[in-house]
Design a protein around this ligand. Structure first.
Ligand code: TXA
Ligand code: MG
Length: 349
């Protein structure tokens, strides 16, 4: 299949790139799959109301059928067609964080394709904060089911080039709106319980949610590997580059000696670190990538997936990563890193 590409301006897409949007929207209306930028990561969009279209998402990504998709909308009014019994706390969260990196799990009306919800009686909905995503949906006149636009198991795409790397030839088109900002996926919150529960940490932090609705729970599966997650997608290995990733917990000297040991065993070592560590550690490892500053963890979030992908174009045999405090956006960063590492941690004693 030929994958069409359109470059679209973020400043005023409707005015500057209407013909491109129209072409991409026409493909979506013809049940095709088109990737588009959001503020978190690129999404792989299809008409959420069409079985045929949504099935193509699963095929292109190689995604297991029991992993439901997020429905993206442009206006709150669209919810009445999708959702039953909207709780007040969900309204509060939407007013505070939409458009933005927050996905709400709500009671489904059953109007979207059964492949979107993977047989659950709930549906996940979000309004992305990206001018190109909103414009594309506006022109198509459709709610779009969209997972991250990567092959299942790979790091999520934060640029059109990442999407192209994974899905060229497998999808009808890619709308290129430059690099995404947040860099990690939306926070998924279950709003069907009395107290809302975080199923996946993401761009909106627990602290931010609590400031709006008071008590917020966390799915026990996020802190214990013995629990089955309520968000089906969270059980799969994810975000992983080709070489195995290990999280290294300890001081700078411990990181250095861990690297040295692996090199002594004949391994080529990749290091994923902060700017601070890079400037302090000197020569270490074979490939060192700094992905942001410890003084502002959102910079790590923005660049994390690009760094994980970048190791794939090197010849490293093993990747060691620094760890981060699990508060604020650190919770989402550590969730993704732990998955990329398959929970392999090397601890200083
Ligand atoms: O930022 C994002 O959320 C991006 C952009 C494209 O919007 N999308 C994204 O989609 O990350 P995906 O498919 O990679 O992740 C969706 C997550 C999965 O963990 C899935 O299991 C969960 O949301 N999910 C979807 N519907 C659900 C439901 N009804 N109940 C519980 N979890 C659900
Ligand atoms: Mg994903």
């Amino acid at each position: 299949m030929l994958t069409k590409k359109w470059s679209v301006d973020n400043a005023d897409p409707m005015k500057l790139n209407y013909p491109q949007l129209k072409e991409a929207a026409a493909l979506l209306q013809q049940e095709e799959v088109v990737a588009f930028p959001t503020e978190t990561v690129y999404g792989l969009g299809a008409n959420a109301l069409s079985d045929q279209a949504v099935q193509k998402i699963f095929e292109a990504k190689g995604r297991p059928g029991d992993n439901p998709l997020i429905v993206h909308i442009t206006k709150k009014e669209q919810l009445t067609g999708l959702v039953d019994n909207l709780p007040q706390l969900a309204e509060k969260l939407m007013d505070a964080f939409w458009p933005g990196p927050l996905t709400l799990v709500l009671n489904s009306k059953g109007s979207v394709s059964r492949f979107v919800t993977a047989g659950l009686d709930t549906v996940a909905v979000r309004m992305p904060d990206h001018p190109v995503a909103l414009a594309l949906m506006e022109v198509a006149g459709l709610p779009l089911a969209a997972p991250s636009a990567n092959l299942s198991g790979k790091p999520s795409p934060t640029s059109a080039a990442h999407v192209d790397e994974d899905l060229n030839g497998k999808i009808a088109g890619i709308v290129d709106g430059g690099s995404t900002g947040v860099g990690l996926e939306s926070t998924v919150v279950d709003c069907t319980t009395e107290i809302p529960v975080i199923l996946r940490p993401g761009g909106v932090t627990k602290e931010q949610l609590e400031a709006v609705v008071g008590e917020v729970g966390v799915d026990p599966a996020l802190t214990s590997q013995d629990q089955a997650p309520k968000s089906p997608g969270m059980k799969y290995t994810h975000y992983a580059p080709v070489a195995p990733v290990f999280l290294v917990q300890g001081g700078l000297d411990f990181l250095k000696s861990t690297v040295q040991k692996a090199q002594n065993d004949g391994k080529k070592v990749g290091l994923l670190v902060t700017e601070e560590t890079k400037s302090q550690i000197g020569e270490a490892g074979d490939v060192m990538l700094a992905c942001g500053t410890r003084s502002d963890l959102s910079t790590i979030a923005t660049n994390l997936y690009d760094a994980l992908r970048a190791f794939n174009s090197t010849d490293v045999d093993i990747i060691f990563s620094e760890t981060f405090p699990k508060s604020g956006v650190g919770a989402a960063i550590m969730n993704r890193l732990e998955k990329a590492a398959g929970h392999k941690v090397i601890k200083e004693r």
